[in-house]
Design a protein around this ligand. Sequence first.
Ligand code: DC
Length: 230
Amino acid sequence: MYKLNKKCIIAIDGGAGVGKTTVSKYLSKSLNILYIDTGAMYRAAALYFIQKNIDITDENIDKYFNDVDVNLKIKDGENIVLLNNKDVTKLIRTEEVSMGASDISKNSYVRKKLVEKQRKIAGKESVVIEGRDTTTVVFPNADIKIFLTSHIDTRAQRRYNDLINAKNKVNFEYVKEDMIKRDIQDSTRKDSPLVKAKDAIEIDTTGNDVKKTGNIILDIINEKVGLSKI
Ligand code: DC
């Protein structure tokens, strides 16, 4: 365990399956600071519209969005995702919701509302926040900005393993195709596309386990803001 020598915002961006979530959880545990999974928030918002059978790509989706309350909580040391106060942590980890989240994330009103919420959850404490736009839009002045990349086969394999572990029936090639489609959609959308911030440090996680990538980032944090061992 380490202690940050000063208040610090650590923002981690990158595409699907690069290891953002596992490494962010590792950092949050190692530093005992809050963790915000912004992708989970887009997923929960998408789930609302899937459950209500409302077309996510409908440009007028704004008018329904005031009925959508997405929140993140920590319960028994685990990160819980709430949609209108219901625990949807497991329900949001399907391929349908992945694609729905990518679709809904194109909507500027939805983005504006979720970014406001993310900044509010972060408050004034140290935080590790991960997503597609946390280094560019949510916290462009973050103390530490990391952009993770990985070989497409490694990324697809990670996502496939996650889905299988969550008891989804999926096919590897299908997961890989979906991932490529989602990458294109996320990096070409008009509002807050997935791009590497100029001042973000790029780390290729291909072949790394979480500890290796996590420790590379801890070294960067130590160099930039200072860490004390506790
Ligand atoms: O990281 P993830 O796979 O849980 O994200 C799901 C989708 O949500 C992703 O394809 C695009 C969208 N997203 C976004 O637009 N901005 C973020 N900060 C996080 C996710």
